[in-house]
Design a binder for this molecule. Sequence first.
Ligand code: TRP
Length: 354
Amino acid sequence: MNRILSGMQPTGNLHLGNYLGALRNWVKLQDLPTPKASADKSTKPTEALAKEGKAECYYCIVDLHAITVPQDPQKLRQSVRETAAAYIAAGIDPAKSTLFVQSAVPAHSELMWILSTYTPLGWLNRMTQYKDKSAKSRDLELLGLYAYPVLMAADILIYRATHVPVGEDQKQHLELTRDIAQAFNRATNSDFFPLPEPQILGEATRVMSLRDGTKKMSKSDESDYSRISLTDDADTIVKKFKKATTDSDVLPDNVKALEARAEADNLVTIYAALNDTTKAAVLKEYAGSGWGKFKPALADLAVAKLAPMTEKMRQLMADPASLDQILIRGAEHANALTQKHLREVKNLVGLWSF
Ligand code: TRP
């Protein structure tokens, strides 16, 4: 059986990019039909997986990764709850998927140490995310930030995961994970770790800023108008789409014509993703329309899709004790599997466990 693992850093202020780029796809993977029901030939990654049938899903909130940059303890704990609420509100069902907080599952950290002894520095020196982050401040030249990708490898390998849904920006880390898995297998003369496949997902992998179609939608953008937050109410959503930067042309009748129009492309991408269709299908409906028509339609669609989620998130956040219960159960489940795998790893390496 396939096993899927993915994770996201805890953050307040989750936005449409987090939902369309990650969460929505995680939900699809959780709800894959059984193999016989999905015999069609399709090239989309989710459907490629569907052909192999149901997968066991593990979704974590990676707070150990979050502390590679300074965090306020109270805010960090609250962000974890908010992120968990967003997972559930987006459709991750704790009865079907294992939903947990990374720091509550100690085997991740323990495996990381072991894997670090199979990871040449040269491999880490190539990681662009470390270079970008540490270049911003000397204070971030930390061992933890440098070793971040090894912890990510441990997150994945401790489950012996076969598939990892991630965005384009995490591809390099996943390649490193495969290299580390291979190095471990070779050194221990085993095939203990499967080589995990990235699932770089569909049309809406990259949701861009509503102010600048060349920048990713981000929680740290200083303009609140650059993003749709998962907690925005209907009026705010309508206002933000109305103010979104666009050119003055009408919508074209083919996807190719969007290539040189970053903002137009982004809005059509968002519409297609929210409506679970393709950009071509959206253009078929709206070719020749101006923004005066398209933007309100997009806002209506976004409100219809996001309002139930926002409401669900609010309910979950209003009852933190129940939310914590879900995370405790998730951690128990994750601990059971990872402790078993950790014992096998230690055994292969010649370490002790009782
Ligand atoms: N590094 C990932 C990101 O920034 C988060 C992450 C940590 C992750 N561990 C993971 C993603 C394991 C997938 C699998 O988005």
